[in-house]
Ligand binder design. Structure first.
Ligand code: MTE
Length: 329
């Protein structure tokens, strides 16, 4: 994911200047050697430079934060109606390769930085065109909702994919509680604004922080649409968008807004973060479609992040039976 603004030389991530295959083969080689970072390899060969030489280890409490809400409720029962027909992505790979621009644009640098995010206390506000607006502590909200686990495929517009078990509840269950007015046609989602905890919010000042997203009411009430509060049988780690994020598995991952603080019911289609930055590249709808290439990424196939294998992209990420009818005019 990136905006078309030209980066300064020192901002270009290594994978942008190395061909993708070479990049991924090298990472696999490093992992196979048991070396935690590219910096460790530089020390061995003396011919690479530019990445940290500190070996960072993802501790169990980084995967499953101690300050997470409603920790005692996990793991929850899996809903077997939602399986992905693909192997699960190993947890450490999913938790170490993230898009969360509030922290950094370097996917492998997100998890250490995201630990600074303070998720206790955390309030979420449900507001706008509803009869019963709420401002609720996240721990209380999670305890009121019907938690379940679902295995979903997840697909980024950058053409990488993973398969993970989310814990969460259907967004529809929350919508039913707040009783939207008939004039409410869209939902608008907003992330926190905390530049002291999230360095990208002050260093990448050209982005229109805080991150915002939107869905139509029909999309929001579709049975696939989850508010996820956990992953791999425990609460969400910070890098995946603790304490609560959106999941719409038939849409590109940028729709899945992380660390939500406000949901507003509105009458008009709300602006969205990436669409505002580059409308020709990121649509409001953003449904996964192998036939419509992004200017920088063909969408015909996708790279599975743990194996590096390329597989054909499925329309709606394989969820057409649930959602295709939403788009028939
Ligand atoms: N939400 C916020 N607040 N900030 C972000 O930068 N990135 C999006 C989405 N949600 C993003 C976000 C993108 S581009 C993707 S692909 C997914 O989060 C990545 O989710 P993951 O890191 O849990 O795999």
């Amino acid at each position: 994911m990136s905006y078309i603004r030209k980066r300064k030389g020192w901002e270009i991530p290594e994978r942008s200047v190395t061909s993708e295959d070479i990049y991924w083969n090298r990472r696999r080689f490093i992992k196979a050697m048991g070396l935690g970072s590219i910096g460790a390899l530089s020390l061995a060969t003396g011919c690479e430079a530019g990445e940290t030489s500190t070996k960072e280890v993802m501790s169990p409490t980084i995967r499953n934060p101690l300050d997470a809400p409603a920790r005692d409720l996990y793991p929850v029962k899996r809903n077997l109606s939602f399986t992905a027909n693909r192997s699960l992505t190993p947890e450490d790979i999913a938790a170490g390769y993230n898009n969360f621009y509030e922290f950094t644009t370097d996917k492998e640098g997100v998890w250490p930085l995201a630990q600074k995010l303070n998720i206790k206390p955390w309030e979420i506000e449900i507001t706008g065109l509803v009869d019963r607006p709420q401002k609720c502590d996240i721990d209380k909200l999670i305890r009121m909702m019907p938690l379940e686990e679902r295995i979903y495929r997840f697909r980024c517009v950058e053409a990488w994919a993973m398969t993970v078990p989310w814990t969460g509840f259907p967004l529809k269950a929350l919508i039913d509680k707040v009783k939207p007015k008939s004039s409410a046609k869209y939902l608008r989602f907003i992330t926190f604004m905390r530049p002291t905890e999230a360095p990208g919010q002050y260093s990448a000042s050209w982005y229109p922080w805080p991150y915002f997203e939107g869905l139509t009411m029909a999309e929001a009430t579709n049975e696939l649409t989850l508010l996820a509060t956990g992953i791999y049988g425990h609460p969400l780690p910070k890098q995946h968008g603790a304490p609560i994020r959106l999941i719409t598995p038939w849409k590109y991952g940028f729709k899945s807004i992380k660390s939500i603080v406000r949901i507003e019911f509105v009458e008009k289609q709300p602006p969205t973060f990436w669409n505002k930055l580059a409308p020709a590249e990121y649509s409001f709808t953003a449904n996964i479609n192998p036939k419509v290439p992004h200017p920088r990424w063909s969408q015909a196939s996708e790279r599975i992040i743990d194996t590096g294998k390329r597989v054909p992209t499925l329309p709606y990420n394989g969820y057409g039976e649930y959602v295709a009818q939403l788009y028939k005019s």
